[in-house]
Design a binder for this molecule. Structure first.
Ligand code: PBG
Ligand code: ZN
Length: 339
């Protein structure tokens, strides 16, 4: 076994692991995995209006926020030590070409400008997808004909690249495509480069699975598909080798950071992605991961803080460098109180 030597089980002198567990100082000395606020990213939902804080029923503590409230929430996170937020927009109007996704005065673009102006040190990452802006809720352009309904890959790339460009023009520090169309990282990289944004990194949702854990998010982002499901573009939860191919492709196309999503049920993927590519790797603890902890905690069945920090630590241990979590602000505070 890795790391074993003569000083091992069945030999003399006997290895007694508990020797190193006798005091807090000793335990800290041999602690293998560090979890800190510097690794956390807080997802936030923005919609039009003023003083709007619309609660998401299945995600206690998470709200759809108007830009002014978004700024307050982002500033709170930043004060707690969270270095970055990930923005999702809920537009007033949806249509069949996702106009709101790439409008220069779209809700995310407005929010980015405000956050950049008022909280310039905070890293602004924007989710790049079309589902929130499409009347049908799919992540790409939908085409219907006699053979059925299709989500078209290549025509969608242009809109994704345009969305990413509009976010960066507004001041976003990094873009995160979550659509799972083939070739989107290249399309976005080429577009950003052509506009002179050669230094803006891409955080790719590289291995994004068609997961039931996204349920509460679709309420939060009002982005549930109106027909069908996302299995034609998101990955089959059964597939691990394919996840590595997806990540390899995104890296070839220019991804700077690769993401695995969801997190806790996919830690084997996180581990393999980190081991295989050694790239900065993000794990996204998605909406239902948050909801399940909140629900059990509300019933008094688990210790919310302990379970949250243990889950985040597990993601780090699996190999994630960056943790995207709705609990980021709380986690950052808890880590400060007792690291
Ligand atoms: C949209 C998107 C989704 C999530 C992030 N971006 C939902 C989906 O693909 O249906 C899920 C996030 C979460 O559940 O917290 N492309
Ligand atoms: Zn989408």
């Amino acid at each position: 076994m890795e790391g074993m030597n003569l000083h091992s089980v069945g030999q003399f002198p006997a290895y007694r692991p508990r020797r190193l567990r006798q005091s807090a100082a000793l335990r800290r000395l041999v602690c293998e995995t560090q979890l800190s606020a510097a690794q956390l990213v807080l997802p936030l939902f923005v919609r039009a209006g003023r003083k709007v804080r619309r609660p998401i029923e299945a995600m206690p503590g998470v709200f759809q926020l108007s830009p002014d409230e978004l700024l307050r929430e982002a500033a709170r996170a930043h004060e707690a030590g969270v270095p970055a937020v990930l923005l999702f927009g809920i537009p007033d109007k949806k249509d069949a070409k996702a106009s709101g996704a790439y409008a220069s005065n779209g809700i995310v673009q407005q929010a980015v400008r405000l956050l950049k102006r008022e909280c310039p040190e905070l890293l602004i990452v924007t989710d790049v997808c079309l589902c929130e802006y499409m009347s049908h809720g799919h992540c790409g352009i939908v085409h219907r004909d006699r053979t059925g309904v299709k989500v078209l890959n290549d025509p969608t790339l242009k809109l994704l690249a345009q969305s990413a460009a509009s976010h960066v023009e507004a001041g976003a520090d990094m873009v995160a495509p979550s659509d799972m169309m083939d070739g989107r990282v290249r399309a976005i990289r080429e577009k950003l480069d052509a506009l002179g944004f050669t230094d803006t990194p891409i955080l790719s949702y590289a291995a994004k699975f068609a997961s039931a854990y996204y349920g509460p998010f679709r309420e939060a982002a009002e982005s549930a598909p109106q027909f069908g499901d996302r299995r034609g573009y998101q990955m089959d939860p059964a597939n691990a080798a394919e996840a590595l191919r997806e990540v390899a492709l995104d890296i070839q196309e220019g991804a700077d950071i690769v993401m695995v999503k969801p997190a806790l049920a996919y830690l084997d993927i996180v581990h393999r992605v980190k081991a295989e590519f050694g790239y900065p790797t993000a794990a996204y603890a998605v909406s239902a991961e948050y909801s399940m902890v909140k629900a059990a905690a509300a019933n008094g069945w688990i210790d919310e803080r302990a379970v949250t920090l243990e889950s985040l630590l597990a993601m780090r241990r699996a190999g994630a460098d960056i943790l995207i979590t709705y609990a980021a602000t709380d986690a950052a505070r808890w880590l400060k109180e007792r690291p």
